[in-house]
Design a protein around this ligand. Sequence first.
Ligand code: PLP
Length: 438
Amino acid sequence: TLPTPVDNQTAFDLDRAHVFHSWSAQGALAPLVIAGGSGTVLWDYEGNRYLDFASQLVNVNIGHSHPAVVAAIAEQAKVLATIAPSNAVLPRGEAAARIIERAPEGFHKVFFTNGGADANENAIRMARLYTGRDKVLSTYRSYHGNTGSAIVSTGDWRRVPNEYARGHVHFFGPYLYRSEFWATTPEEEGARALHHLRRVIESEGPASIAAILLESVPGTAGVMIPPPGYLAGVRALADEFGIVLILDEVMAGFGRTGRWFAFEGYDVVPDLITFAKGVNSGYVPIGGVIISDPIAAHFDERVFPGGLTYSGHPLAAASIVATLDTMAAEGIVEHAAMIGTDVLGPALAQLGADHPLVGEVRGEGVFWVLELVADPATREPVSAEMMARIKKELLARGILPFTMDNRIHVVPPCTVSPDEVATAVAAMDEVLTLVERA
Ligand code: PLP
């Protein structure tokens, strides 16, 4: 029999002996041991507690172990724990209906996947079949998942060792703090980024481009809030050239920005919406594509050549129903918006004002980033060693951060309380002071 972990070491040793980890050389890993969680709080087997200001991989929007969602999964498990996607089952239909309720006019169908990567994979497949074209345009500063086309759509380094899929072209999106366009205002950045995209479309040949795939708010790449008019301008370019616009709402959707969908804040309606993460906070893996009517109708008489054994898994579907109903009943999306404007935004702005290390503070809702620089004038990113030290010091103070490159992503659950924000920000203040002195 396997030992039951009663201390951290047992769990740690089993992991290191047998678990092969993501995105890592396996040799020197030291995973944090977690035993349980509730709301924003996680704990280990030895009584250490952490405030989860990462929401794990920015997916636990409703907080850990919400009793309503846990109960819905348990109830569904008693009735029917699994079923093939070809059957009609109530939780799957109800989950799709709940999602459609929040989608814009003109969307009536949901294709369920196992997560975010295969949501993008299938959205790309739909766009290619719908347009009869091949190429997919996406930005260098993006992450879209780790399957064939999703990883090649991704802009960052993770694309390069995985370039198996064909037809992917990258361009630069707006990012005023490190502008590729010598812009000095958000308006200038947005307009020049649109000009650049137009030139890429023209140069690639519009008739070869099936889709533009964008995160509504690029998340892992640094929470870059789109400048005024940018996404609407991308929509106009897509319309002009007959290109399908896919907005990836995997990280930004379902409350993270203080809205059900991030794009609702930017005067744009896509043709396909991909989602995962916050839709059920990852209690059971699920994602999907929300399909606009013309693209859905395209497959009325033509076979859609895609599917997955666990598409619309009943436990995941039941957890979506409970999650979305609970988020609505408890005003969780509105709470996330309030936290952003009244609590977290002002507190992080104060950190930015107090600490020369903080080059820029960006975000909305519970979707924020502190971009750290060694020199505010040159904006040179802080070193990897500095980031490792900051992460270690935050963990030592009971704050679990999401760090990426030279950034601290401040991304707690949508349910985070003002007191928890105050605790986390005080710890960040202390740690920034400490490393600045050093
Ligand atoms: N798209 C975005 C914007 C993401 O942030 C992620 C994951 O971080 C994905 C897609 C991939 O989702 P998954 O890891 O569920 O496949």
